[in-house]
Design a protein around this ligand. Structure first.
Ligand SMILES: CC(C)(COP(=O)(O)OP(=O)(O)OC[C@H]1O[C@@H](n2cnc3c(N)ncnc32)[C@H](O)[C@@H]1OP(=O)(O)O)[C@@H](O)C(=O)NCCC(=O)NCCS
Length: 180
């Protein structure tokens, strides 16, 4: 049986991150471009060196790196804090970088496993886990719903045509193992 797990992202993973961040299915939803290693170092170096509250993870399918996750306290990011209105929560982002794996259920298993095996033990004081999804990102919204997240606030910025939806789940949802 194939197992999903996570390990902290290292500098050596940045070429994979650049490749994943350049995939069309990812570019559509992540506005800030990471087209090369220099940009990746500028973007992720401070997090890798522990100079920020952001923690980076690689998702593994068995031993193979296939995706990228990050989490941070909502209160550590002014922009997210204003949008989410839940300063005690922890926020996370994710991507499955390998196009050949899309639409086969791995995204849902990865989000479920990340919440249970990373956020629960690493963020003991966070009562809720939060992800912001573009309202047009139906695939991600479906994943979040499937993993027990409820849709809350809709954020409509004057600079954007589309809204982001604040999706929240209580940590208790992931403290007991739940079969998808
Ligand atoms: C979001 C992402 C992780 C999902 O991974 P995935 O492995 O393709 O997702 P899954 O196969 O587990 O689930 C996809 C769900 O969306 C549904 N889906 C797929 N395409 C869809 C579409 N165009 N419209 C609506 N639903 C769609 C599938 O039916 C499935 O739902 P189901 O489990 O009820 O059948 C992946 O697409 C990704 O990395 N996207 C780019 C980055 C991104 O959007 N990150 C999230 C930012 S909030």
């Amino acid at each position: 049986m194939v197992r999903v797990s996570f390990r902290p992202l290292a500098h050596d993973d940045l070429p994979d991150v650049v490749r994943w961040r350049s995939q069309p299915h990812v570019l559509r939803w992540f506005a800030d471009l990471v087209p090369d290693l220099d940009t990746a170092l500028q973007r992720y170096g401070p997090h890798l060196e522990g100079r920020t509250a952001v923690r980076l993870w690689v998702a593994l399918l068995d031993e193979a790196p296939v995706g990228f996750f990050q989490h941070f306290p909502v209160a550590s990011d002014d922009d997210i804090a204003v949008k989410v209105q839940d300063p005690r929560a922890v926020a996370f982002d994710y991507l499955l970088g390998e196009p050949s794996l899309l639409g086969r259920g791995w995204g849902s298993v990865m989000v479920e496993t990340f919440c249970r095996e990373v956020l629960v033990p690493r963020c003991p004081d966070a009562p809720r886990f939060v992800a912001l999804a573009d309202a047009r990102n139906r695939r991600s919204l479906r994943v979040l719903r499937r993993c027990g997240f409820s849709q809350g606030l809709w954020i409509q910025l004057p600079t954007s045509d589309f809204a982001e939806i604040v999706c929240t789940a209580p940590r208790e949802r992931f403290e007991a193992s739940v079969e998808l």
